[in-house]
Design a protein around this ligand. Structure first.
Ligand code: DGT
Length: 154
């Protein structure tokens, strides 16, 4: 995907769900002008989390991240679409560690601890494609005509 059809994968993590931040997070992406094309509340399976965090499997915090955090409760998995959405979503999330995240970003506004950083967002177009196909079946992605598009894009 590219241009206005670029897609990214976002997931509100269990702390974001427990802290009732789901609506606030969706609101930020809607108001920005991005288009929601898939969303589900789910308990992520062990297999899914192993695949999702494959790049981190040798890190000391991997088991805690996978089992005691991401696997500990519901996550809201989403696919968002729009121009440069991968990069822009990462800016809107803030840095991995909330201490490095500016106020105005999600982690800057709502997080304190690197291991409770509220939301996941794909870090590249390649990761986005991989993560979307891990978390969603093709028929769960809804293609809908965005009637606001001409007010968001030239
Ligand atoms: P995300 O969006 O959750 O994948 O986070 P990123 O892409 O900003 O950061 P990444 O992929 O390096 O790390 C994935 C998650 O692992 C991150 O959201 C929180 C956790 N994590 C990363 N670095 C550390 C660390 O040094 N200590 C602990 N406890 N957790 C970490």
């Amino acid at each position: 995907w590219s241009g206005v059809n670029e897609r990214t994968f976002l997931a509100v993590k269990p702390d974001g769900c427990q802290r009732r931040l789901v609506g606030e997070i969706i609101r930020r992406f809607e108001r920005k002008g991005f288009r929601l094309v898939a969303m589900k509340l789910m308990q992520a399976s062990e297999t899914l989390l192993k695949d999702h965090y494959i790049a981190l499997r040798d890190r000391p915090f991997y088991n805690r991240l996978k089992d005691l955090y991401m696997g500990s409760g519901p996550v809201v998995a989403m696919v968002w679409q729009g121009l440069d959405v991968v990069k822009t979503a990462r800016l809107m999330l803030g840095e991995t560690n909330p201490v490095d995240s500016l106020p105005g970003t999600i982690r800057g506004d709502f997080g304190v601890d690197v291991s409770r950083n509220v939301i996941h967002g794909s870090d590249s177009r390649e990761s986005a494609q991989r993560e979307i196909s891990l978390w969603f079946r093709p028929d769960e992605i809804v293609c809908w005509q965005d009637h606001a598009e001409r007010w968001i894009y030239e």
